[in-house]
Ligand binder design. Sequence first.
Ligand SMILES: O=c1[nH]cnc2c1ncn2[C@@H]1O[C@H](COP(=O)(O)OP(=O)(O)O)[C@@H](O)[C@H]1O
Ligand SMILES: [Ca+2]
Length: 497
Amino acid sequence: MSAQREMKEKNLWHTPVTIIITVIGVIAIVALVTVAVLQNKPLHQKYKYGIVLDAGSSHTALYIYEWPAEKDNNTGRVEQTHSCKVKGPGISSYASDPVKAGESLSECMQEAQLKVPKDRHQETPLYLGATAGMRLLNIENSSASDRVFQAVGEALQKSPFSFQGARILSGQEEGAFGWVTVNYLDDRLSQGLETTGALDLGGASTQISFISDSFDGSESPANSVTFRLYGNDYNLYTHSFLCYGKDQVLRLVLAHLTQSGLGNVADPCFHSGYMETKNYSVLYDSPCVSDRKPSGAPATFTHSGRGDFLQCQEMVKKVFNFTNCKYSQCSFNGVFQPLVQGPFGAFSAYYFVMNFLNLTDTSIPLEVVKEKLTRYCATPWNEIQQQHPKVKVKYLAEYCFSGTYILTLLTEGYNFTSESYSDIKFIKKIKGSDAGWTLGYMLNLTNMIPAEAPDTPLLPHAGYVSFVTVIALLLFVLFIVSLRPLWPSCSKQPQIV
Ligand SMILES: O=c1[nH]cnc2c1ncn2[C@@H]1O[C@H](COP(=O)(O)OP(=O)(O)O)[C@@H](O)[C@H]1O
Ligand SMILES: [Ca+2]
């Protein structure tokens, strides 16, 4: 009897109605979860790419950026995946042979073709932005600068990428896009956090950009750039000093030194024992110094070092003009600047120089930094060369000068104090991407930073899928329970005999 009862009870679950309900229910849950997963996350993550060429005064560099195709507008998702340093000098050095400027880019362009997946080549935007080297060439000889752009444009047009043009960035753009890059990479823009100022030192110009509570742009509109990013308004102070990159300032200092003592220059910014014969015509071949060329100068001069930081600093100070400020406050050369405020990221040559000198730690008091640099500058040239056999001699010879210029620019020029100096971080990369104007430039041209904050999903993806699954299961169980009257076991009670 009891075996019969057991059979009957088992069979109750095998009635056609229950089986059909179960199958439909399971199919419905599987379909619901599959759709939820597919709808919200592409199974194969696709990427998009963008390429920017930074045509600087000293050299050109190519940067490749990558971001998930589905999330163009999302926060902090664009990353640098590759960079390539173009061999040879900056494009402005090819003024007398512009075709070579275009040719010089071909190696890095080939590399880019290998790094960007082939099926993405056509849709990958390619930009070239030139900075102070081309600004100077444009001032000196605008038709030569046009010819360089023509040649570079023709070379880039031949690439499989979507070439969007080559142009000179204004100093304001260079400063502002450097600031955008640093703050984007730190996720400060998307999260509306306090921003970091940006200090960029190039060979021919230098930029300072930061947000100041006391700056609304009214005192000096030329230094103001306004943005609305992720729902926040920014009024950025920025200034670019043309001719105040480290290579041009070195010319300015040498030009000062050659005024007295024609033919022989004893330079406190170079190590004792350093001695090179240089051409006056090369030294004065730049609009930054051309008006200072002494008349009746011989063809060459002997440039020798005497390694004295303090005297070097005195020479460097002479390139700044501190008189004639028509604003409430100025940095130098009559340029308005509010007091520096907040943290700063200092990149490009700031980093190269301070990293070489082992001076990137800004928690070291400024006085100690100066003592260290004094000792470095006083080291004889032959010792310096012995200690750094692998470093390019041109860079090596100039680190004492460059370090002195950096400290003088920051403290005397921009008015950083011993206290605010520690707010500076010397940086090369942030989360794998180089600090510089290129990323900000591309983000702007591809409209990748929205003006308004994007709507954020209520739940993260995993949470969303779990939620849908639990609710689906719950509904299914409720459905089954609601069908209880139809259950054969309920309508037909097994008879107890
Ligand atoms: O390894 C290095 N050590 C020292 N200086 C470097 C090194 N690499 C690049 N630089 C310097 O960084 C500067 C980069 O300037 P860039 O070519 O970007 O000019 P720009 O921004 O004024 O147009 C140049 O002065 C160059 O000599
Ligand atoms: Ca630069």
